[in-house]
Ligand binder design. Structure first.
Ligand SMILES: [Mg+2]
Length: 81
């Protein structure tokens, strides 16, 4: 997948998430745990695709990876420098 497409997918997820959940935790552990949750969902899809292909979906894996990137961006945006 080309970089521009990747960035578009991630920024679309950022927009969706910010509209659905405008607040973002101020404590670092909670913020990073949200990213970890998305990593877990991406891992579940990767496992399904590999070992349970009848349940796996490349489309869902792409979505979860984009959500992981989106949550990392939200965490970075929340840091005041
Ligand atoms: Mg997800």
């Amino acid at each position: 997948m080309e970089s521009n497409k990747v960035i578009d997918l991630i920024m679309c997820e950022v927009k969706t998430a910010e509209e659905k959940h405008p607040g973002w935790p101020t404590d670092r552990i909670h913020a990073v745990s949200i990213i970890a949750e998305e990593v877990g969902e991406a891992m579940r899809e990767a496992i399904d695709i590999t070992y349970f292909p009848q349940n796996g979906s490349e489309e869902r894996l792409i979505k979860e990876l984009a959500q992981t990137g989106a949550m990392a961006i939200r965490a970075l945006k929340s840091i005041e420098l």
